[in-house]
Design a protein around this ligand. Structure first.
Ligand SMILES: *[C@@H]1O[C@H](CO)[C@@H](O)[C@H](O)[C@H]1NC(C)=O
Ligand SMILES: *[C@@H]1O[C@H](CO)[C@@H](O)[C@H](O)[C@H]1NC(C)=O
Length: 487
């Protein structure tokens, strides 16, 4: 052991004794591999023979059949059996961004990360192939779906499908779809040029549709999407985000000019499936800092105001932190804000390091070290360095949530029962106090409350439900952390 390492280990241990917080460095590499296994478990459609999970099988093979379109594939967003387009596209964008930024640090998991992107982008290609007439944005009605507690494999009735059209538009979902396709096209550029070009072309079509037929899908589709994935932030943020990704993918200056022309100044301290402003601004600032594109300089202030709104000790901090040190934004699925914020801090740290820049939040100086340190603390908290000593990633360490709100994980699979569990009969497994029979390895749940408490209760979905958009930004963050330990 090198001396510095020994000293830092000693410091960690001493701090740990004072805080009664576990301080062993998490095994980021293990967590990274597991975070990708989760995406396999959320797959809908025909599963490949190489599938790793004995308790999951092909499902939703009739998706789209009512309209004679093929909508098989894609991801279930969380613990139910609906395929929601807006969070699925955002998940795909964040997985792609993870690979673009940190793919070189993923080691043997790079292959799995690309597969995870492709499972999303393949579906989005199908959903967008009817443009400019229609973009399919959802399979399943959440109000009906939530009346059942059953495995995705056992749903036999084709669920309703939803689309946005020129007369019933949805610029948030079309914009996010464009962003996802553009980001995925960058991932596959050096791997499969033809596929990459196909993704780019589809991204352009989705963006044109989003821009030309402006409207909120929340209004067009109302109760099918609200209050589940109702877009509260409107669609300007997705138009900006889509333009940023298309600019990155195509290098066509018209997208940057478009982004500048949107002229929207709203700042936000949350980056999520709903609000894309912080992500778009960080991505555009990358062009300014790393590619010296002066045209993108105006986004930098916004990007740094986001950092200042989430950094502990910053005078303009507007989020809370729990006593145990976790960023706390909202009761429902709080860890999504933790993983998106940590991801942005880490990529911004990288941009600052490479461009030899720093910035200020009032009197507080912020450099790449500080951003990385704050992001690391959040990731470590998720992996068990917290007052409860609990990992919020299922299957990671020995103390993790056992009663997660997830239908397939909580219902014993048909191989065991030799028969489907029906819609109503399944609820016994929701209400059961026992642990889930199928371990949803790698899933990160909604997480603890503002006092670091966690119920491990299946019915408390705000805390115990996993979601693909909680995990997606974590994939990149864990890759970075794993590599920094390796070096
Ligand atoms: C699934 O299994 C294959 C074959 O054993 C392995 O290469 C791959 O890494 C696994 N996928 C994930 C996501 O762990
Ligand atoms: C879309 O929704 C946003 C946020 O609710 C609202 O401000 C905006 O006016 C809506 N736009 C249209 C075209 O309906």
């Amino acid at each position: 052991m090198r001396l510095e390492k020994f000293i830092s280990l000693f410091i960690l241990i001493s701090i740990g004794v004072g805080n009664t917080t576990a301080t062993t460095t998490p095994n980021y590499e293990d967590a990274l591999s597991k975070s990708l296994v989760f995406f396999e478990a959320q797959r809908s459609g025909k599963l490949p023979h190489t599938s790793n999970l004995s308790w999951r099988a092909s499902s939703g093979l009739n998706h789209g059949s009512q309209e004679n379109v093929d909508l098989t594939g894609g991801y279930y967003d969380a613990g139910d059996n609906v395929k929601f387009g807006l969070p699925m596209a955002f998940t795909t964008t964040m997985l792609a961004w993870s690979v673009i930024e940190f793919g070189k640090k993923m080691g043997h998991d790079l292959h799995n990360a690309r597969d995870a992107v492709k499972w999303g982008s393949d579906y989005l290609l199908k959903a967008s192939c009817h443009l400019p007439n229609a973009l399919y944005v959802q399979v399943g009605n959440p109000n009906d779906d939530h009346k059942c507690w059953m495995r995705a494999e056992d749903v036999k009735t084709p669920p309703p499908v939803y689309k946005v059209t020129p007369s019933n538009p949805g610029s948030e979902v079309a914009g996010e779809t464009a962003a996802a396709l553009a980001a995925a096209s960058i991932v596959f550029r050096g791997i499969d040029a033809q596929y990459s070009k196909k993704l780019e072309n589809a991204a352009v079509k989705a963006f044109t549709f989003a821009d030309k037929y402006r409207g909120n899908y929340s209004e067009s589709l109302s109760s099918a999407v609200c209050p589940f994935y109702c877009s509260y932030s409107g669609f300007q943020d997705e138009l900006l985000w889509a333009a940023a990704w298309l600019h990155k993918a195509t290098k066509n200056p018209s997208y940057l000019n478009y982004a500048k022309s949107l002229g929207c100044n709203a700042d936000s301290d949350s980056f999520s499936w709903d609000n894309k402003y912080p992500g778009a601004r960080v991505l555009l600032t990358k062009e300014h800092l790393l590619e010296k594109n002066q045209g993108a300089s105006e986004f930098r202030d916004h990007a740094e105001r986001f950092m200042c709104s989430v950094l502990p000790g910053s005078p303009s901090m507007s989020v809370k932190y729990t006593p145990g040190g976790l960023l706390y934004k909202m009761t429902g699925s709080n860890l999504q804000y933790v993983t998106t914020s940590s991801f942005l801090m880490l990529v911004y740290s990288k941009y600052l390091l490479v461009s030899k820049q720093s910035f200020k939040c009032g009197d507080m100086s912020v450099d790449h070290h500080l951003l990385r340190q704050v992001a690391k603390k959040q990731v470590d908290y998720i992996l068990g360095v917290n007052p409860k000593g609990m990992s919020y990633m299922v299957g990671y360490s020995s103390n993790f949530p056992r009663r997660i709100h997830h239908r397939d994980s909580s219902i014993p699979c048909t191989n065991i029962l030799s028969g489907a569990v029906s819609c109503d009969a399944g609820f016994q497994y929701l209400h059961s106090s026992g642990p889930n029979p199928n371990v949803l390895t790698g899933a990160v749940v909604g997480g603890p409350d503002e006092n670091d408490n966690f119920a491990d209760d299946r019915e408390n979905y705000a805390q115990s439900e996993p979601a693909t958009y909680i995990n997606a930004p974590l994939v990149g963050t864990l890759a970075y952390m794993a590599a920094s330990v390796r070096n």
